[in-house]
Structure formats: structure tokens, C-alpha cells
Design a protein around this ligand. Structure first.
Ligand SMILES: [Zn+2]
Length: 196
């Protein structure tokens, strides 16, 4: 797995496109009350991405029911944003994976690529991956698909390796797809525990 992926324009183009499709799917099903969903994007200041990210990345797609008296907000799952974290999902996946076994020099280079993220932050991400994520419903359901089993202590690197059979880019996108239920509303609290 290479940190060059963090600067690969194809990856960001693909993730943006997936988010648009996920959102279209949510919008077309409408609100639970039968109401029509209107756009109600959240402004975001994404960190860790390449400097030339398109303006779409300054927003999280979200909707609001147009029915008076309901007005329920509906935020579709996302492969770009991981909960309320300021760092992009792809950064939280890749940097946490690359932290494992990285030499101090390599780690310094990596941190520069994503705007000098602190070591404490990276270690919090790894802690989330190895302690919080394994007890989520999402992982409890997904882990059975992997034979031999993936040990929590090897997340997220081992998960990336298993999912990157065709390409590194495909592997990262697959991990983000797996995480996407954690980015939306309507799932259990354990699964939604926010990243710190
Ligand atoms: Zn409604």
C-alpha cells in the first residue's frame, strides 16, 4: 500500500461519484412520512486531501423533508466523510494502515502528505480501528466474510490487504464502502460511536 494513493485524483473522483449515487438512492426513496426530500447540504472543511480537491468536497450531501411538521433530516451514507471527523475517511483508513511498520522517516513523509497530522491523532485512529471498530455491529457482521479471520490488532492494514486483490485503489474504496453504515443515521449506538 502506497501513500501515493492519497494524491491520486482518480480516487477522489470515484469517491465523489459514489457519494452522489448513494445520495440519489436515498433521495428517490423519500422521507418515511412520504414527503419529498430537499437538498440541505452541510458545509465541511475536509482535511488531509490533495490541495486541488473539487468544491463538492466542501459539502456533505444531506436532505431535509419538505413536509411541514416533519422536516426530518436525512443524511445519506458517505464514502468520503467518516462521521464528524475533519480528516477524510480515506486518510483515516490509509494513514492508520501505513502507521503499522512505518519507519520514523516514512511516517514523517506520510504526515507531510496529509498536512502534518499529529502522531496523537494517528494513534487515536489506530485505537478506534483496533478497539472501537471491532465491537461495532458493522464489523461483527462483516468479519465472517473473511477467512482466515482478521485479528483486531491488525486493523485496518489486514482488511485493506484482503480487499485490495484487484488494485490498491479498489481496496481502499471497498474499505470505505464497508464503513459507510457508520456515517449515517438510523443504526445502533455501538456502531455509531463517533471517532475522536
Ligand atoms: Zn418527512
Amino acid at each position: 500500500m502506497s501513500h501515493k494513493l492519497l494524491r491520486d485524483a482518480r480516487l477522489y473522483g470515484l469517491l465523489a461519484q459514489i457519494d452522489v449515487e448513494l445520495a440519489a438512492c436515498v433521495r428517490s426513496s423519500g422521507c418515511d412520512c412520504g414527503g419529498v426530500l430537499h437538498s440541505a447540504k452541510y458545509p465541511r472543511k475536509p482535511r488531509g486531501g490533495p490541495p486541488n480537491l473539487s468544491p463538492d468536497w466542501s459539502f456533505r450531501i444531506s436532505f431535509c423533508c419538505s413536509t411541514e411538521g416533519c422536516r426530518k433530516r436525512c443524511t445519506p451514507p458517505s464514502v468520503r466523510f467518516l462521521g464528524r471527523r475533519s480528516y477524510l475517511g480515506v486518510v483515516v483508513v490509509l494513514i492508520a494502515a501505513l502507521r503499522e511498520g512505518a519507519t520514523p522517516e516514512r511516517l514523517r513523509r506520510l504526515r507531510r502528505v496529509v498536512g502534518n497530522v499529529s502522531l496523537r491523532t494517528i494513534d487515536r485512529w489506530r485505537q478506534w480501528w483496533q478497539e472501537t471498530f471491532p465491537v461495532t455491529q458493522v464489523w461483527q457482521e462483516a468479519r465472517a466474510r473473511f477467512v482466515p479471520l482478521i485479528e483486531s490488532g491488525r486493523l485496518p492494514a489486514a482488511l485493506l490487504e484482503r480487499l485490495a486483490s484487484a488494485s490498491e485503489l479498489g481496496g481502499v474504496v471497498a474499505v470505505l464502502h464497508l464503513l459507510k453504515p457508520l456515517t449515517t443515521t438510523g443504526i445502533s449506538r455501538a456502531a455509531k460511536r463517533p471517532l475522536q
